[in-house]
Design a protein around this ligand. Structure first.
Ligand code: PLP
Length: 287
């Protein structure tokens, strides 16, 4: 299935999508981005993703193209790709210029939209649950590169994921300097204890996950208690259930932590109910 890329005002096939080696996104990760997916062919929560892109742009003092231009680029690229379901990546870099850190050297914001056929994680992960590793790499401190900014610089998360994969786990969980769990390398974390959902608060220094928001709202609408509170590793290892979530994965059960089964060692009932409810909700909301 085709991949199509919006670049410099036109939609081109993947092989024709080229940016300069002097682009600051390439040189420094000086860019912001969002990843979302379609449900029934329509982008889910595009408005929330573009709000977060605004927030990221403001955090990096990177001016973005007008929202209508970004929305139009997403629409036209989705239509050109014509996939049943798509992965959508919206990026804005600070552009090219002389090499140097000074952000004023970037010539103009460059909007790129990548649309590919959606590929979901292996069905076995949803059936059996994933293993996570509490890695040694810390989450960035909010007063360094704030985790609430979704920038093109993901090296810290890449390091974390490399460690997790090296230990045979699917996802890394990063802690802060005090040992509190923050989030996954590209996912938010929830635990379920005695029927109550718990997830680290935004103040823990995490990305304001859009799936996380929807899961909290859905859980509450179903009469569940969903608490945002600091979590220690023992809150995870002692939980009955856990799951990670993200725009691409939706809700994905976690059944092992550092090689040790969590709870009953299989996806739990609250997780499974929320996973199904989330998919139903996203299909309706996107359509
Ligand atoms: C660090 C991090 N946390 C959480 C998430 C999940 O965010 P969302 O649900 O908005 O996709 C992501 C997504 O890529 C991420 O990179």
């Amino acid at each position: 299935m085709p991949t199509r890329v919006f670049l410099d005002g036109e939609v081109v096939p993947a092989g024709k999508a080229r940016v300069s080696v002097f682009d600051r996104g390439f040189l420094y990760g000086d860019s912001v981005y969002e990843v979302l997916r379609t449900f029934g062919g329509a982008p889910f929560a595009l408005g929330e993703h573009l709000d977060r892109l605004d927030h990221s742009g403001a955090g990096l003092r990177l001016p973005l193209p007008p929202r209508v231009a970004i929305e139009a680029a997403v629409r036209v690229t989705l239509a050109a790709a014509g996939n049943a379901e798509s992965y959508v990546r919206v990026m804005v870099t600070r552009g090219s210029g002389p090499i140097g850190l000074d952000p004023a050297l970037g010539d103009r914001p460059v909007l790129i939209v990548i649309v590919r056929e959606l590929e979901l994680p292996d069905a076995r992960l949803y059936r059996d649950g994933a293993e996570v590793a509490l890695v040694s790499v810390w989450r960035n401190h909010p007063r360094a590169l704030d985790p609430a900014i979704k920038s093109g610089n993901y090296l810290n998360n890449i390091l974390a994921l490399a460690e997790a994969r090296g230990r045979g786990a699917y996802e890394a969980l990063l802690r802060d300097a005090e040992g509190f769990i923050t989030e996954g390398s590209s996912s938010s974390l929830f635990v379920v204890t005695a029927g109550t959902l718990q997830t680290p608060p935004l103040g823990a220094g995490i990305l304001d996950g859009i799936t996380r928001r929807h899961v909290i709202r859905l859980a509450r609408s179903r009469g569940l208690v969903a608490e945002e509170r600091p979590l220690r590793p023992a809150d995870l290892t002692g939980a009955d259930e856990a799951f990670i979530c993200s725009s691409l994965r939706s809700v994905l059960p976690v059944t092992r932590v550092d090689g040790v089964p969590l709870g009953a060692g299989r996806p739990g009932p609250v997780t499974l109910a929320l996973a199904a409810a989330y998919l139903d909700h996203a299909r309706v909301a996107a359509g």
